[in-house]
Design a protein around this ligand. Structure first.
Ligand code: IMP
Ligand code: ZN
Length: 335
C-alpha cells in the first residue's frame, strides 16, 4: 500500500453523511434477498446502471433502495446492519459518525417506529468505546406532512442521541416546500437540519434549490446541480456542504473526479465534509473517498488534515468537537 493511501486510512475521520441502510454490506444484502427473482433483479439493476444518464441512474438507485427496503423486515436485521456498519467504520478509523435513517415500523405497526430508533441507538451504545455515533432522522421526499411531523416528534423524543433532521429520498419528487413547516419547527426547537439539494439537472430542481437556500439549513447534501447565483450564495452565507465523491461521480456520470465540484469549494476554503453517502451500495469507504480526492486534486497531507479539523466544527453534537479535534491533533503529532 502506498504511503498516501495508508495515511488516509489511519487518519482519524469524521463521517457526516451516511444513510444507514445504504451502508449495508453487499454480502448481507444478498443474504437478506430471499427469492431468486430478487437476486436476479439486483444483478439486472447493477448491469442497467452502467448505461443510463443521470435521471435513469437515479431511478435505478431508487429501485435498488426499494428492493433493499423490502428485504429488511425486522429489528434484528436493523441491529445487524447497524452493527456491521459501525464495525466497517471503526476498521476505517472513523472516530465520529452521524448515521441517518428514515424511521419505519414493522409487522403492520405492531413494532412501532420508536422501536426502530431504539434498536439503532442501543446498538450504537454497544460500540461507544470505539466510535462516537449519533443519529439523524430522515424525512423521505414521498412522505406526507403528518408523517414528517411524526419523525420530528421522534427526533425530539430521542435527543440528545438524535442530533438532527434530514430530507432525502427520490429527488424527482420536489417536495421541500411541502415540508417547510416541519423544518421551520425543527429550527425553532434548535434541532440541526441537513437537506439533500441539487441532485438532478432539471429546472424544477434548480427552483427547489432556492427554497432550500431561503430556509438555510445547518448543512447541505451534494449540491451537484446549481446556478451561479446559488453557488455564490452558498459561499457567501458559508453553508457547509457534505460532499460524497463516489455517489456523485456515479449519479452525475462524471468522466472522473477532476470534474467534481469539490475543488471549486475547497479552493475557496468553504466548510466541507467529505462523506460516503451509501458505502455499501456504492462500494466505497471514507479513506478511499479522501484518497481519490487527494490524488485527483493534488492535495497535500497538510491540507487534508486542515480540512478534517474544520469538518469537526460541522458536527451536530457540538459537545464532541473538542474530542474529535484532540484525536486528530494527537494523530498529527505522532506521524
Ligand atoms: P435508510 O433511510 O436507512 O433506509 O437509508 C436508505 C435511504 O436513504 C434510501 O431509501 C433513500 O431514501 C435515502 N438515500 C440514500 N442515498 C440517497 C441519495 O443519494 N439521495 C437521496 N436519498 C438517498
Ligand atoms: Zn444522501
Amino acid at each position: 500500500m502506498d504511503d498516501l493511501r495508508r495515511f488516509c486510512q489511519l487518519l482519524p475521520k469524521i463521517e457526516l453523511h451516511a444513510h444507514l441502510n445504504g451502508c449495508i454490506r453487499t454480502s448481507t444484502f444478498r443474504q437478506l434477498l430471499s427469492s431468486t427473482a430478487d437476486q436476479l433483479r439486483l444483478d439486472a439493476l447493477d448491469k442497467e446502471f452502467q448505461s443510463g444518464d443521470t435521471h435513469a441512474r437515479m431511478a435505478n438507485v431508487f429501485e435498488k433502495f426499494a428492493l433493499l427496503r423490502s428485504c429488511v423486515t425486522n429489528l434484528d436485521e436493523i441491529r445487524r446492519i447497524t452493527r456491521e456498519t459501525l464495525e466497517d467504520f471503526i476498521t476505517d478509523h472513523i472516530i465520529y459518525v452521524e448515521l441517518r435513517t428514515r424511521p419505519r415500523s414493522f409487522d403492520n405497526g405492531a413494532i412501532p417506529m420508536s422501536s426502530y430508533v431504539e434498536a439503532i441507538l442501543e446498538t450504537m451504545k454497544q460500540y461507544e468505546n470505539q466510535i462516537c455515533s449519533r443519529l439523524i432522522l430522515s424525512i423521505d421526499r414521498t412522505q406526507t406532512v403528518d408523517q414528517a411531523m411524526e419523525t420530528l416528534k421522534l427526533a425530539e423524543r430521542y435527543r440528545p442521541n438524535v442530533v438532527g433532521l434530514d430530507l432525502s429520498g427520490d429527488p424527482n419528487v420536489k417536495s421541500f416546500e411541502h415540508f417547510l413547516p416541519v423544518f421551520n419547527l425543527a429550527k425553532q426547537m434548535n434541532l440541526s437540519t441537513t437537506i439533500h439539494i441539487g441532485e438532478l439537472p432539471d429546472a424544477e430542481c434548480l427552483r427547489e434549490n432556492d427554497l432550500i437556500l431561503d430556509f438555510k439549513p445547518s448543512r447541505l447534501g451534494h449540491f451537484n446541480f446549481r446556478t451561479n447565483e446559488q453557488e455564490q450564495r452558498v459561499i457567501k452565507e458559508q453553508i457547509p456542504l457534505e460532499i460524497c465523491p463516489t455517489s456523485n461521480l456515479l449519479t452525475m456520470k462524471l468522466a472522473n473526479l477532476t470534474e467534481h465540484h469539490f475543488n471549486l469549494f475547497h479552493t475557496r476554503r468553504h466548510p466541507l465534509a467529505i462523506c460516503t453517502d451509501d458505502s455499501g451500495l456504492m462500494d466505497c469507504c471514507l479513506s478511499s473517498e479522501i484518497y481519490d480526492l487527494v490524488q485527483s486534486f493534488r492535495i497535500t497531507k497538510e491540507e487534508i488534515c486542515e480540512l478534517m479539523l474544520q469538518t469537526c466544527n460541522l458536527i451536530f453534537d457540538k459537545n464532541q468537537i473538542d474530542f474529535c479535534q484532540t484525536k486528530l491533533k494527537e494523530f498529527l503529532t505522532n506521524i
